[in-house]
Design a protein around this ligand. Structure first.
Ligand code: DQA
Length: 140
């Protein structure tokens, strides 16, 4: 099973960004941990701060991978282009957020991704990614 985690802007700062909201662990450390825990899964990670680069990556993997775990971060709430590519590709996308976006500012309550996501997991910290991964394994 081939799964990719795609992270959007500022998620490269995890561990040193608003720790009260996003926690203390770097994504690198977290990713190492889940890669070891789920060693039977071919698990990749990609991060970019640039909208078009994220769209290119989604196009590249979106017809051949078994699953995409997407945290588009701030672009979730602003990007028609990312919403459109999620609709265009055939690989199922699980939308994740570290924080409970509905408990935060109003502008974080909307998502261009949700209407075309297979499902949405939010508010569980970095565990949101692991729950998304488990959802793909459960539907194998
Ligand atoms: C986020 C929530 C977004 O509103 C925010 O812009 C992020 C991270 C989350 O994972 O909680 O950068 O996607």
């Amino acid at each position: 099973m081939k799964i990719i985690i795609i992270n959007g802007p500022n998620l490269n700062l995890l561990g040193k960004r608003e720790n009260d909201i996003y926690g203390d662990e770097s994504f690198h450390d977290f990713f190492d941990r889940i890669q070891k825990k789920y060693e039977s899964v071919h698990l990749e990670h990609f991060q970019s701060n640039i909208e078009g680069v994220l769209i290119d990556k989604l196009q590249e993997v979106g017809y051949s991978y078994d699953g995409i775990i997407l945290n588009a971060a701030a672009y979730t709430h602003t990007s028609v282009g990312i919403g459109d590519v999620v609709k265009a590709i055939t690989t199922p996308v699980v939308e994740v957020h570290i924080s409970n976006t509905f408990a935060r500012e109003e502008f974080r309550h909307s998502s261009f991704i949700s209407p075309n996501a297979k499902g949405i997991i939010l508010g569980f910290g970095l565990q949101s990614y692991e729950l998304a991964l488990q959802s793909f394994l459960a539907s194998e």
